[in-house]
Write a protein that binds this ligand. Sequence first.
Ligand code: GLA
Ligand code: ZN
Length: 688
Amino acid sequence: MTYVYPPVSDKIPRMLHGADYNPEQWLRYPEVLEEDIRLMKLAKCNVMSIGIFSWAMLEPEEGVFTFEWMDQVLERFAANGIYAFLATPSGARPAWMAQKYPEVLRTEENRVRNLFGFRHNHCPTSPVYREKTRIINTKLAERYSDHPAIIGWHISNEFGGDCHCELCQAEFRKFLQDKYGTLDELNHAWWTTFWSHTVTDWSQVESPAPHGEKQVHAMNLDWRRFVTQRTVDFVKHETAPLKAVNPNLPVTTNFMEFYEGLDYWKFADALDFLSWDSYPTWHDADEESTQAAKIAMMHDIVRSIKGGQPFLLMESTPSLTNWQDVSKLKRPGMHLLASLQAVAHGSDSVQYFQWRKSRGSSEKLHGAVVDHVGHEHTRVFKDVTDVGAALEGMDRIVGTSVPAEAAIIFDWENRWAVKDSQGPRNKGVKYEETVQKQHEALWKLGVPTDMISMDADFAKYKLIVAPMLYMVREGVGERLEKFVENGGTLVVTYWSGIVNETDLCFLGGFPGPLRKVLGIWSEELEGLHDRDRNALRLNGNGALGLSGEYEISEICDLIHLEGAQSLGEYASDFYADRPALTVNAFGEGEAYYVAARAGGTFDDDFLSALVQRAGVARSLNVTFPAGTSAHLRTDGEHDFVFVQNYTPNAVVFPLDGRAYFDLESGRQADPELRLPPYGVRVLERQRS
Ligand code: GLA
Ligand code: ZN
């Protein structure tokens, strides 16, 4: 396994700390720009992302370029030891461009073209837009690629959405022709004989529309695949002129939290490193630790997409997030805790949106390092400086990895398919929530966990959890069989093994390609009303020897044993006493099937027993106090353990008797760690 990766840039092999910086908003206030440099150094910031929405200031008229202000900012950065990610400006375009070439604007699902406004509002196919981005990107690359302050490219901003213009429709048809070759193949894959939807000419294919086609699930899936492919293609289009000038300057684009519209796995090869924007709702209705586990899962996803390579936390708020329902302030301690949580899961930076609050428009009240008051004597500025100070002591953690032996399959195509399908519970099958619950159970145990697609290499894990693996692409069943045969532990839940990659149901019995490894046959699946309850009665059988009763709600799978052993049965209804939790010994390993949605502490109890049985490493082998967790990174010789308290109370956190050193003070830690409310400590130990 790879333990240490190179830093994003050799120019600064340190933890990065900084923010989105928009000097173009302040060109009429030169004193502000000068003051910013002083404040950046004071806040211990060493990197800024600039130019993200600067197109109108870089090219105020078609073909007229004004880079002087950017030159000055970068000069001042270089003179003051501040580095920059330089953005390509395609996330928002100038008004003149939209006016002269309306085709650059996006056409929505209803086939109406948007007016100029907002941002992230372009067509990824428009030849004019592609040409304009090529020109501006080339100019930026030629001017700044070798600038001492520049350490990488920030491609556009938060790619998302889709365009339904005629140009995109034509590309969609080409995509389908490449994929299926013939209309006959397409019609079969899409099962279009249903409702007489057979397509007899490629030109009859149209993207999904609220007033047109939306019921052909395979087509919806292909559209989303196409949108991902188009967006990745646009990223490549943007990157080509940058790489042509300096192939060594790395590129990223900033992902969004759990964004559904794009299959983020498909971006792995187009980007040199990954980054994402995190806006948790701390201090909201959720238990703080549930929110923490949810954010941890997104960190784990982003890290896993590039096979464990560290990523960057490209944006987070230093205080409040003004677009959320309620703009809650972070309680004392929370900012450092949330920031170091990212590092614990593999981030080599803590970056913010935004450096300075804009004076006007929609984000004028969004959290920022520098508030409208303009000086450093604020609580938030101090919080930020504290994070900067903590990161300064973490150079040794840069590039280190998260040694995951457990993985959860969270596959975008499966996510699309399982949510689009009708039945068994159109009120919501709660796919993401189900995945999150599994992840949270592992997070609470401090189990380093990768979040993988079904194409991932399974061999490196001891435990794989596959919640609601409704879609099983070709070869995946066989690969999971191999994994178990070789000694792996597999957990699959209800509503798995139902369709292939074009949403055609498996013939010959569910769970299709997973039937053999699981040793069961699923005959029927029932959706329950919200008020309905059943129960899972564990019978104490098998090596796990689990007993007790757990409430069941929402989904019940009626299965038959085909070699598997029942570990628990339904308690009531006409299927009382039929198996609801099973295990199948298969080769050297075991495959578990969870037939129903069991509540209470079932996921916690079950996964904790499995972690133990499968010998999956935890970050710290002790019982964690409620609301706390510990996660780690390692360089192969030293472990860096991040102990985190997500409660508003001080807690005593027991260590496991090994020698631990506090990373900040260098002193040996007491056998019990005292953590303040929302406290976090980083401990170092020898890797055993
Ligand atoms: C996103 C965008 C930023 C900003 C923030 C506000 O992440 O990338 O430009 O709008 O949200 O939270
Ligand atoms: Zn388009």
